[in-house]
Design a protein around this ligand. Structure first.
Ligand code: NAD
Length: 298
C-alpha cells in the first residue's frame, strides 16, 4: 500500500483518486471545493486540510487541475507542493495544461530536487470512473516507469511519450482531433434528424461505419442514445465547454508557435467561444449541437 497525495478532486480527479483507494492505497485529497471533497470522501479518499497536509509523507502526489495557472499555483505557490513535499515524493501532473507551464513545472521541480512527470489523460469522466483512461507520460525514463506503477489502477493504457512536456504535446493534439470530431458528430446528428432518420438507427450505422469516433460513441449530443452522454442530463458537465475551449486554444497556440495552419480547429474554437460568450461555459461541451440545431443561435 502506498501513501498518495491528490490535489484536484473534480469531475476527473474524484473518480481517479477513488480508483487508487480501491486498489488498496491510502489517498489524502485536497480541493478548494467542499462538494468535490465530499464526493471523493464517499469513495474512501481521506480529507486533507491543505496542500501541505495532502503531500506530507506521500510516496507520490497527483494533481488534476483545470489549467496551467492552477497547476503553477499548486506546485509553485508558498503553500504549494514544492514547498511542502519531501524530495523523495514523486510528482505527477495529470491536468491538461499548456506546454510552457508544463516546462516551467518540470524545471522548478528538478531545480528543487524532485522527480516530476507530465501525465495527462484521455477517456473522459466515464473512463475515469471505469479506470480505463489512457495516460500519456512525459519525463525522465526512471520517473516515468515509477509513475506508471502508481497510475496502473486508473488506466487501460499507459504510454511513455518521451522527455519533459511530450505528454502534454500528445494530449493537446489528441484533443484537437476530439473536438473537431465532436463538432462533426453534432452536424451529422442534426442533419440526419432533419432528413427523417431515427436517431438510434443513424447512430447504429455511424458507429460501425466511417463516421465513427470516440465522441460519437461516448458523448453523442442527442439524448437517449449513448448512456455516458451529457445530452441525457441536460448537458450537465462531464467536460465543460470552458475546458474544451481551453484545450483547443492550447492547440491553436502550439500551432502558431510551429507555423501550422489549423483552419478547422480555429473554426471549432470559435464555436466554443460562442457558447462561452452566451453563458454556457459551465455546461458540457457537447452543447455545441445547439449551435447546429438553432436552439442557441447567438
Ligand atoms: P474540474 O473543474 O471538474 O476539476 C478541477 C478541480 O480542481 C476542481 O474541483 C477545483 O476546485 C480544483 N482546484 C482548482 N484550483 C485548485 C487549487 N488551487 N487547489 C485545490 N484544488 C483546486 O475539471 P476536470 O473535468 O476534473 O478536469 C481536470 C483536468 O483534466 C483539466 O485539465 C481537463 O482539461 C482534464 N481532462 C478532463 C477530462 C474530462 O472529461 N472532464 C478528460 C481528460 C482530461
Amino acid at each position: 500500500m502506498a501513501q498518495i497525495g491528490w490535489i484536484g478532486l473534480g469531475n476527473m480527479g474524484g473518480s481517479m483518486s477513488g480508483n487508487l483507494v480501491k486498489a488498496g492505497h491510502e489517498v489524502r485529497g485536497f480541493d478548494l471545493n467542499p462538494d468535490a471533497v465530499a464526493a471523493a470522501e464517499a469513495l474512501g479518499v481521506k480529507r486533507a486540510s491543505s496542500i501541505a497536509d495532502a503531500v506530507g509523507g506521500a510516496d507520490v502526489v497527483f494533481t488534476m487541475l483545470p489549467k496551467g495557472e492552477h497547476a503553477r499555483a499548486v506546485y509553485l505557490g508558498d503553500d504549494g507542493v514544492l514547498a511542502h513535499a519531501d524530495t523523495s515524493t514523486l510528482l505527477v501532473d495529470s491536468s491538461t495544461i499548456d506546454i510552457e507551464s508544463a516546462g516551467a513545472l518540470h524545471a522548478a521541480a528538478s531545480e528543487a530536487g524532485f522527480r516530476f512527470v507530465d501525465a495527462p489523460v484521455s477517456g473522459g469522466m466515464s473512463g475515469a470512473k471505469a479506470a480505463t483512461l489512457t495516460f500519456m507520460v512525459g519525463g525522465e525514463e526512471g520517473a516515468v516507469k515509477d509513475a506508471s506503477a502508481f497510475i496502473e489502477p486508473m488506466a487501460k493504457n499507459i504510454i511513455p511519450t518521451g522527455g519533459a512536456t511530450t505528454g502534454q504535446a500528445a494530449k493537446i493534439c489528441n484533443n484537437l482531433m476530439l473536438f473537431i470530431n465532436l463538432a462533426s458528430t453534432a452536424e451529422g446528428a442534426v442533419l440526419a434528424d432533419r432528413l427523417g432518420l431515427d436517431k438510434q438507427v443513424f447512430w447504429d450505422i455511424a458507429s460501425v461505419s466511417s463516421g465513427d469516433s470516440w465522441a460519437l460513441r461516448t458523448w453523442y449530443p442527442v439524448p437517449g442514445v449513448v448512456d455516458t452522454a451529457a445530452s441525457n442530463n441536460d448537458f450537465a458537465p462531464t467536460f465543460t465547454t470552458e475546458l474544451a475551449n481551453k484545450d483547443i486554444g492550447l492547440a491553436i497556440s502550439a500551432a502558431k508557435d510551429t507555423g501550422t495552419p489549423l483552419e478547422i480547429g480555429e473554426h471549432v474554437q470559435q464555436l466554443f467561444q460562442r457558447l462561452v460568450d452566451s453563458g454556457q461555459g459551465g455546461k458540457d461541451c457537447s452543447m455545441i449541437i445547439k449551435l447546429v440545431d438553432g436552439s442557441l443561435s447567438n
